[in-house]
Each structure stands twice: as structure tokens, then as C-alpha cells.
Design a protein around this ligand. Structure first.
Ligand code: IVH
Length: 677
């Protein structure tokens, strides 16, 4: 056991090492959550033993010293960091502290709640409305001069129309949107054979380039959240009016920012952000709550590293480290053999994870993960947990590199790699694992959504010799099923009915269910609505398939081949004979998908739209329009005479309320600039 003083020293060394990796080299070694845990441990030690604290401790300072590549910039006002809280109780405690500092009631304070963007802080100086300098945060007092690179950020105004004379510093976050990050990484992979670990590293690495031509080639964006009025010429009194000013000058500001009053509304709004974090265009690792009144901020003041008037509520971490116990292989519906990690259970993004995918043989080799390693697990939203890589443990002995098995763990057949592909396949069409997965996929929610066909049932039906492919499902009878263990008359009848209902499913769902390679729900909808029937689709030449939105050469070729493979032709004709309709009612929607995946509730009357038209317009843009408000709701459109219960529910859940007068704008942009209080 080490003494508190020794442990504090160890922790400081460790944290300094990670600060360097994160702030100077843009290449973190461990996930943010592990880093936060080290800082919390050190803070707790220093609280228990105040004699261990010093002004230079990493708990009292910001960031890391700048490197020597750029010249130094002394900030006009320090660039502070934020203190963190990790749950609702800590957030409420912070509120109480703020109220005490103001001699007031927490419920009377107005807060701005905004996303905490995972990028890097930047300060941009404008003199007489003209951009003169850009600098990184550095240690908070002195940062790096990155002016040339900052000028290449495309969404940044170079002059501010109507700005007062004198100097203002605009502060905010440099980041890369999720979509831009995907494109950038595809390019990086093709050109350099390597990728950025995440958008934050990519943004940091791109801004801190010696050659500004490299920065210019990277898709950097800037979002503004603070204005430092060095010459006191602006007369701004609140955060929200500052944000409005920044937006008027042409800066991007957080569209989802909200002004709330009191603790409960603030907590609800934080929960809304957590629930919808994956629907935002950029990566967020939490929300920032700020006291809105600037005069109250002055009363509260700051510590050496962070303001007392703001707090970061961090979300449950999406990356954690844990021990890799073993690597195994599972067989999917196409026969693909996917290696996966068996892990010491760990809580990631709020749920326990003990299995995570390793994708394919090349990924295991490239990441060099071996049983026994300490590994980083990532789980984001609905996405399947995956292994990011190993954490190097200095001095640790590692096991030998893992070898991909040569035979299928399910049927014993050969596992083969075809051509240049990274994937390995079990090529035995009679492999029971493949049959099982194909049928499960056909019955799954995104395909025909057949209730009562879970994994155990399907395995039982295959084993009993009643089915071996999806067409067999339609000839199952109540008599056959009733003889099986676990089935009664009732469950047998409802399963046969559920299967029969699937016969009238739209073609798009059947296309998904057939599991044609590269055809996901979006492509299936496009193909089904364009061609209307399976026969039309099956007789189309490749060029005609490709002529449709979102259908490239890869999808077109895959569909073309599928429809000409004799086994598939036979399967589809058996489905047809069983009564499956294989038809789609044509949709004419060609609207931009501004609301893809978002649930938007409408209440009251909106001028210019009937209720059906309003809901139809949302659906046509990729959204859904449920009849009631829940925590899954993205926002509520408030028309004339709105429903009282919907309003209350939305307020309780912190869901943004958009005035009906902004509806048309909202449809075309997918975001809003005003909300209803
Ligand atoms: S306010 C004195 N607002 O988070 C005010 N910071 O962990 C300090 N960040 O250094 C910053 N989104 O780089 C603020 N909406 C937001 C933010 C935000 C991201 C970053 C910023 C800050 C860091 C602290």
C-alpha cells in the first residue's frame, strides 16, 4: 500500500502524461472516462489531505503547456476549463451552491443549457470587426498562435458586420461533424492507410498543423459559445442575447440551446440532451449549464481553473477499458464468420457489456488485440459494442497473437476468405447457424416483424426438421406446431397467424428480409417505391437500378445478381406461391431527409396545414410523428390551442417546443432558432 503522498504523486505523473498525450500530441492513450476517474481520485485525496494540494497540481490548472511549433499568445482574459458533474445529484448540489453564492433561490435562476461539444477550444480576436488572431487554449493563460489555420475554417466570418470599434474575443469549439468525419476517414484510409480515432483527435490534429494548406484540406467547423468584450463596448446582459448576437454576426451557435428556469426544468433539459445526443450532427460528451444573467456571473466569479457559474454535466462514458478474456467466432446469415471479444463485464453507456465485435480477421491483426490484454470498449447509442484497441501496459507480458480458426465452430465446414475481402465465410449452405440467422433476420423488426419467432423457437423448428429456409415458414400448420414441446394450441395458432399476416407486408420489408447484400432499409425503400413490384425489380438492367437515388454500382450489381441466382429465383417463387404479395404502394416523397430518425409530435393547429398534412410532411422528411410525448420525442410543434397534457409532458421532460409559425422553416432545415417558453 502506498501512502497518500505517494499515491498523489503517482496520480499527478499519470495525469500529466495523459494531458500531454491529449493536449499536445492529440493522441489520447486512455478513454476520457478513465482519465476523469484519475482526476477524481486525486481531487478526493487532496480534499482529504489539503497539505498535498499545491497551486501547480493538475487539479488546479488547465490543459497542458503549449508546444514549440507555434508562437505564444497571451489571452486577453484567461481561457478557463469547466468543472464536471457525473449525475443528477451532483448537478443539484452544484445548483444549491450557485444559489448560496447568490443569496437566492435555485428555482428562480435562469440557466442556459447547451451541448458540450467534443472538440477543442479556440479563441478568435476581432479588432474593429476584423479577424486578427486565433489561438488555442494552451495552459489557459498562454496559448498557441494558429491564426493562419483558423482563417481556413470555412464557416467562420472574417469580418463582423456592425461590430463596435475595439476588441472582442469570440470563443468556442473547433470540431468536425460526424458526416465530415466519415468522409475524412475514408480519404485518410485510401491515401495514408490509417484513420483518425475520433472526430475530436481529427479536429485537434487538423488545427495544429504547421502547414495551413493541410488545415484547409480538413473539414473543420467552429461553434461559438462565448464573447469576451475586452473594451466593454457591447452592453450585453445575458448569455442568450450574446448567442443571438453571435448568430447575427454569422457564427454557428448551438441550435438546440435552451433557456430554462429553476432546477427541475434544467435537469429535465439535460436529460433530453442525453437521450438525443446521437441525433445531433456533432459528437457531444455532455451538456454545459450556464447562469444566464451576466451580472450574476460576475457575482459568482471563478476559481483558478473554472468559472463557478457554469458546470459540465458529463454523459455516461461510451468508452471504457476492461480485460479481454477470449476471442471467439460467430456465424452470421451470409455465413460470415465474425470474431468477437469475450470481456470482463464493464458498464459502458449505462449498460453492462461482456461481448463486443472485432469485425474481421484484418481488424484483429491491425489492432493487435490479444486475449489477456487490457482493451478499450466502445458503445455508442444503438450501435453494437466494439473493441477500439489495446492499452499498452508497460512491462506486461502478452499472450501470442490470436489465430483465426480454419473451420466453422457451428458445422465444422471450412472457413474461407474470398478474393481481396477482409471477411471470412463458412461456405456450407446447410450450416444450421446460417439457416437460423437468415430466418431470424427475415422475422426481425426491420424486416417482416413476425412476433413469436425468437432465437430459441427458430432453433427448435430447424431441429425438428420443419423449416430450413424462410419460405418454409409459410407452410407451418397449427397441427405440426402443437406437437412440439413448449407449444399449446393458443401459441401455435398465434404464431401461424403472425406468419400469415406477414404475407401482405410491403415489398421494401421483404427486400430487407431476404438479406440481399448491401441492401439495407433505405435502399430497400427506394427500390420498392421506384419499381413497385418484385417482378419489375428483377427484370431491370443494372443501369436502370443505378438510376435511382442512393443506389450506386455496388447495390445495383448485388440486386441484379441476386435476382438471377437460380436458388434465389426458386426461393422467391416459393414465397409467391405461399401468398407473399411482393408489392409496394408507390410513394412520391422526394423531400430532403431533414428529420431522419427523429420523432416530432404536433399539437394544436398549424396555419396552412391540416393535422394530416403536418404529420405527412414530417414523415416525408424521414421523421415520425407519434400521437403522444415521451422521452424519445425530439421536439414538439406547438400550434393554436395546443393540448395541455402534451405541453406539461414536454415541459417535464425538457423537450424543446417549437412555435407552429416556424414549422415550414423547421421542415426544411431540421432545426430551429426560437422556442416557446
Ligand atoms: S464554456 C469559461 N461551453 O469544454 C467557459 N465550453 O471541459 C468555459 N466546451 O474548455 C467554456 N462545449 O473547450 C463551454 N458549450 C460549451 C462547450 C464548452 C464544449 C469545451 C471547452 C471547454 C471544455 C471544458
Amino acid at each position: 500500500m502506498s501512502t497518500p503522498a505517494q499515491r498523489a504523486r503517482e496520480l499527478r505523473d499519470e495525469i500529466v502524461r495523459h494531458n500531454d498525450a491529449y493536449f499536445v500530441n492529440d493522441m489520447p492513450i486512455i478513454p476520457d472516462a478513465d482519465y476523469d476517474a484519475l482526476v477524481r481520485e486525486l481531487r478526493a485525496l487532496e480534499d482529504a489531505h489539503p497539505e498535498l494540494r499545491s497551486e501547480t497540481s493538475v487539479t488546479q490548472t488547465v490543459g497542458a503547456p503549449h508546444s514549440s511549433v507555434f508562437s505564444e499568445v497571451r489571452h486577453g482574459e484567461p481561457m478557463l476549463s469547466l468543472d464536471n458533474v457525473f449525475d443528477e445529484d451532483e448537478l443539484r448540489t452544484w445548483c444549491d451552491r450557485v444559489a448560496k453564492g447568490l443569496d437566492g433561490e435555485a428555482n428562480e435562476i435562469s440557466f442556459a443549457v447547451e451541448p458540450k461539444i467534443d472538440g477543442l477550444a479556440l479563441s478568435i480576436t476581432y479588432v474593429d470587426g476584423v479577424l486578427t488572431q486565433g489561438s488555442t487554449r494552451g495552459d489557459g493563460r498562454v496559448g498557441e498562435d494558429v491564426t493562419d489555420n483558423v482563417r481556413t475554417i470555412r464557416n467562420l466570418p472574417l469580418t463582423l458586420a456592425g461590430a463596435p470599434r475595439g476588441r472582442v474575443d469570440i470563443r468556442g469549439e473547433v470540431f468536425i461533424t460526424k458526416a465530415d468525419f466519415q468522409d475524412l476517414n475514408t480519404r485518410q484510409r485510401e491515401r495514408e492507410g490509417k484513420e483518425f480515432a475520433n472526430p475530436r483527435n481529427a479536429a485537434a490534429g487538423s488545427l495544429r498543423q504547421k502547414d495551413s494548406a493541410v488545415s484547409a484540406s480538413r473539414p473543420l467547423s467552429f461553434l461559438a459559445y462565448q464573447l469576451v468584450d475586452l473594451d466593454q463596448s457591447m452592453m450585453l446582459t445575458t448569455h442568450m442575447s450574446t448567442i443571438a448576437k453571435l448568430s447575427e454576426w454569422g457564427f454557428l451557435t448551438a441550435a438546440e440551446i435552451a433557456l430554462v428556469r429553476g432546477v427541475d426544468e434544467m435537469v429535465a433539459r439535460c436529460t433530453w440532451f442525453e437521450e438525443h445526443r446521437h441525433e445531433l450532427d456533432y459528437e457531444v460528451d455532455g451538456v454545459v449549464v450556464k447562469v444566464d444573467e451576466l451580472s450574476l456571473r460576475d457575482q459568482l466569479g471563478t476559481t483558478s481553473r473554472a468559472p463557478r457559474w457554469a458546470i459540465a454535466r458529463k454523459f455516461p462514458p461510451e468508452e471504457r477499458t476492461t480485460r479481454l478474456l477470449a476471442i471467439e467466432v460467430s456465424i452470421g446469415r451470409t455465413g460470415r464468420a465474425t470474431p468477437y471479444a469475450v470481456l470482463e463485464p464493464v458498464t459502458v453507456a449505462g449498460s453492462t457489456v461482456s461481448l463486443a465485435t472485432l469485425h474481421n480477421q484484418d481488424q484483429v491483426a491491425q489492432k493487435d488485440v490479444r486475449p489477456g490484454d487490457l482493451v478499450i470498449v466502445r458503445k455508442a447509442g444503438e450501435v453494437i459494442p466494439e473493441i477500439v484497441g489495446s492499452v499498452v501496459e508497460p512491462g506486461a507480458r502478452r499472450q501470442d497473437a490470436w489465430e483465426f480458426p480454419r473451420t466453422c465452430p457451428e458445422c465444422g465446414g471450412a472457413l474461407v476468405r474470398i478474393g481481396e475481402e477482409s471477411d471470412t465465410y463458412c461456405v456450407n449452405p446447410a450450416c444450421p447457424a446460417q439457416q437460423l440467422q437468415q430466418i431470424l433476420h427475415f422475422a426481425s423488426r426491420s424486416a417482416l416483424d413476425i412476433e413469436g419467432l425468437g432465437e430459441q423457437r427458430v432453433a427448435q423448428l430447424i431441429q425438428a426438421g420443419l423449416i430450413s429456409d424462410v419460405a418454409d415458414l409459410f407452410s407451418l400448420s397449427v397441427e405440426q406446431l402443437s406437437t412440439l414441446e413448449g407449444f399449446g394450441d393458443l401459441s401455435a395458432t398465434s404464431l401461424v397467424e403472425a406468419i400469415s399476416e406477414a404475407k401482405s407486408a410491403p415489398l421494401s420489408r421483404v427486400l430487407v428480409g431476404l438479406g440481399i447484400r448491401h441492401v439495407g432499409p433505405v435502399a430497400a425503400r427506394e427500390l420498392a417505391s421506384s419499381f413497385g413490384s418484385f417482378d419489375e425489380l428483377a427484370s431491370a438492367p443494372i443501369e436502370e437500378l443505378e438510376a435511382h437515388d442512393g443506389i450506386g454500382e455496388v447495390i445495383a450489381t448485388s440486386v441484379f445478381r441476386y435476382c438471377r441466382d437460380p436458388e434465389n429465383v426458386d426461393l422467391v417463387s416459393r414465397l409467391r406461391r405461399a401468398g407473399v404479395e411482393l408489392r409496394e404502394t408507390r410513394s412520391t416523397s422526394k423531400e430532403p431527409q431533414t428529420l431522419a430518425g427523429r420523432a416530432v409530435v404536433v399539437t394544436g393547429t398549424i396555419e396552412g396545414y391540416s393535422r394530416d398534412e403536418a404529420e405527412g410532411a414530417i414523415v416525408a422528411r424521414g421523421g415520425s410523428s407519434p400521437g403522444s410525448v415521451s422521452k424519445k420525442t425530439y421536439c414538439v410543434i406547438i400550434g393554436e390551442a395546443p393540448g395541455a397534457s402534451k405541453l406539461t409532458k414536454a415541459r417535464d421532460l425538457g423537450i424543446p417546443m417549437i412555435p407552429g409559425s416556424s414549422f415550414t422553416n423547421f421542415l426544411s432545415s431540421g432545426t430551429w432558432t426560437t422556442t416557446v417558453d
